[in-house]
Design a protein around this ligand. Structure first.
Ligand SMILES: Cc1ncc(COP(=O)(O)O)c(C=O)c1O
Length: 434
């Protein structure tokens, strides 16, 4: 048989999966989905199957796949120039993103400045560098359940072994403190007490440069920080001259309703880290904050060849304008209320749903064997995401045990798309729960 005919007889996705196995390292975990195109909240695979997308390319499509105005801005930019390196020749799209980030910044201080980089991990690394330069102190405090990235420093800051196993030795001067996890009994008071103990046992607060906290933990299981925790933490920071870094790589850019989740807490961080949806699908991340802190590193201390790519910046200007509109927020809140109602109703029928949690449309289900023991049920989460994909819904799990099913639907989803996705989620979870 001739080779072309043989290839045609194999499903497109099977061919790609076989090539993936041959050429791509196994350390990058992949589902059995091969994407052909995407639009809004829908994805099509290379075999022509349509999916509702509740993952958004891992939280990078808050404004939907192919937001038309962003795509047009990218096209326009691509025709002018693709790359300059901001350190070789400045260009306005970079500065335009920084101006928008300044206008939208939740951070303390009148003047706000930013730097642009390529990934969330790179942005977290830079936030730590800036905090160290500004305070002259080495230590960094992170929290149980956190995820900050996969580089050496950020995996050390991440509290799950899957991301660290075999990759040591780890970066020094990183200290892990307890985080509130109300469903599993850790309160704000417990977490603050744990932090105070850390100051007695392991690290002098006067040598701490910054704390880094996600207001809603992403990979950690969509654990929402209780209303009083960021404020209590900020007070401790102020007492000891520690900077408060707000990691909003997953919770930001409109994911919870407001542009930044921290706005819901009425706390002003010193530095904000953003990424994921910022570039509308192109790689872009940022550190934003108080000019005095941001200007601590000397010229040459920050930067990178590709940081703030012009096409990504062109998209980010459109994305930031879009998520800052009252209409976008109103639709996100509406979407969140609708999702919450349906998930709460589902929890009444399925006893393995231990908790429905989240804020706005950033919602998740923590799955357990039973509500009394709260024993995590990762196999149920796996069966649910697998069953969902087979039925046409892209869905992700998260959490220390992998037992949390999370929803990162593009916030432009129509009611029909949302309802279709929820129906499939119900079928997949209901079927797997038995
Ligand atoms: C809160 C948070 N910080 C940092 C990162 C790292 O971002 P990236 O994967 O772009 O390096 C992530 C990624 O999931 C994240 O959720």
């Amino acid at each position: 048989m001739d080779c072309a005919v043989a290839l045609q007889e194999v499903r497109g996705s099977d061919r790609v999966v076989a090539a993936r196995q041959q050429y791509v390292a196994r350390g990058v975990s992949t589902p059995p989905l091969v994407v052909d195109r995407a639009e809004g909240a829908r994805v099509w695979d290379v075999d022509g199957r349509e999916y509702v997308d509740f993952a958004g390319g891992l939280g990078c499509q808050n404004t939907g796949h192919g937001l038309p105005a962003a795509v047009a801005a990218i096209h326009e930019q691509v025709d002018r120039y693709l790359h300059q390196c901001f350190m070789v020749g400045m260009y306005e799209p970079y500065i335009d993103v920084c101006r928008r980030l300044a206008e939208l910044s939740p951070c303390s201080g009148d003047e706000q400045r930013s730097i642009l980089v390529n990934s969330g991990a790179e942005a977290v690394e830079n936030a730590v560098k800036i905090a160290r330069a500004a305070t002259g102190r080495p230590a960094v405090i992170v929290f149980d359940g956190s995820f900050h990235g996969r580089t050496l420093l950020t995996m050390t800051m991440t509290s799950k072994l899957t991301y660290r196993r075999g990759f040591g030795p780890f970066a020094p001067e990183i200290y892990h403190a307890p985080a509130p996890y109300p469903y599993r009994g850790t309160t704000t008071n417990d977490a603050i007490a744990g932090l105070e103990e850390l100051f007695l046992r392991e690290v002098d607060p006067e040598s701490v440069a910054c704390v880094v906290l996600e207001p809603v933990q992403g990979e950690g299981g969509f654990v929402v920080m209780p209303e009083d925790f960021p404020r209590a933490l900020k007070e401790i920071c102020e007492r000891h001259g520690i900077l408060y870094v707000d990691d909003e790589v997953q919770s930001g850019v409109g994911r919870t309703g407001p542009v930044w989740a921290i706005e819901r807490y009425g706390v002003q961080p010193d530095l904000l880290v953003s990424g994921k949806s910022l570039g509308g699908g192109l790689p872009l991340a940022a550190v934003t904050g108080n000019a005095e802190v941001m200007d601590a590193p000397a010229p040459g201390g920050l930067g990178g060849t590709f940081g703030g790519n012009p096409a990504a910046c062109a998209a980010a200007c459109v994305v930031l304008d879009e998520v800052a509109t009252p209409e976008f927020r109103a639709r996100s809140e509406e979407l969140g209320a609708h999702l919450r109602e349906r998930l709460d109703a589902l929890a009444e029928r399925i006893p393995q749903i231990g908790e429905v949690r989240g804020i706005g449309p950033m919602l998740a289900l923590e799955l357990v064997h039973d509500r009394e023991s709260k024993r995590p049920a990762p196999e149920l989460a796996k069966a649910t995401t697998t069953g969902a994909l087979e039925r046409g819904l892209i869905l992700l799990s998260c959490g220390l045990h992998g037992n949390v099913v999370r929803i990162l639907v593009p916030l432009v989803a129509s009611d029909d798309e949302l309802n279709r996705g929820l129906e499939i989620l119900e079928e997949a979870l209901g079927g797997a729960a038995g």
